[in-house]
Design a protein around this ligand. Structure first.
Ligand code: URA
Length: 224
């Protein structure tokens, strides 16, 4: 049997051109199981929750800290805590919720914004049906999550909306990205860094990521 090596070009949490590929072995292993067509809905959902904690760890790795004076049972000390207003995790519905759960386990105090977007199957254009966000977006780091960066249309529209509401410090986290989606996204939002577990080969004629993992929403909720 022919063995395919995991490409070095995909490796390393390298921030090449604003895209960080999170190559942690646990992330890559879990992603492979998620991609398999025989993986059940229950396993897919569990793996997505697990992988999202690992992705969250990487996307937050350079957050600013400040020193706080605290009392341990032994003495007073200066100890680091996160600086600034609470983070906001922004879930692009519905598939974004699959990433949200694990991220909230890691950062339970984060605020949550939901943006309802569906992709019109004919035009592939996003249609917004819901928006809710906390106050003071200009003072917060927003981490927008959607498992699949395919055409990029939904995430581009969601981030336009956040910017309209004042957000200036935004990151985008996905599980898989297509090169076409990255290009579109970066043309629209060159200031927003992308974090992903993989850059796949291409989009097919229906706008699905290849080889991808299929429809993320259907796979996590068993709707197909
Ligand atoms: N959305 C998905 O769920 N899967 C794709 O491959 C593309 C967009």
């Amino acid at each position: 049997m022919e063995e395919t090596c995991y490409k070095n070009s995909q490796r390393k949490g390298s921030a090449m051109n604003g895209v960080t590929v999170i190559d942690h072995p646990l992330v890559q292993h879990k992603l492979t199981i998620m991609r398999r067509k025989e993986t059940s809905t229950g396993s897919f959902r569990r793996l997505l929750r697990e992988i999202s904690t690992l992705l969250c760890y990487e996307v937050t790795r350079d957050l600013e800290l400040t020193m706080a004076t605290i009392e341990t049972p032994m003495q007073t000390m200066e100890s680091p805590i996160l600086e600034g207003k609470k983070l906001v995790f922004v879930s692009i519905l519905r598939a974004g919720n699959g990433l949200l759960e694990g991220m909230l386990e890691l950062v339970p105090s984060a605020r949550v914004s939901h943006i309802g977007m569906y992709r019109d199957h004919d035009t592939l254009q996003p249609v917004e049906y819901y928006f809710k966000a906390p106050e003071a977006l200009d003072e917060r780091l927003m981490i927008v999550v959607d498992p699949m960066l395919a055409t990029g249309n939904s995430s581009i529209a969601a981030i336009h909306k956040l910017k309209e509401r004042g957000a200036t410090n935004i990151r985008f986290l996905c599980l898989l990205a297509a090169p076409e989606g990255i290009k579109n996204f970066q043309e629209a939002h060159p200031d927003v860094k992308i974090y992903t577990a993989s850059i796949d080969s291409h989009l097919n004629e229906k706008g699905y990521i290849m080889p991808g993992l299929g429809d993320a929403g259907d796979r996590m909720y068993g709707t197909k």
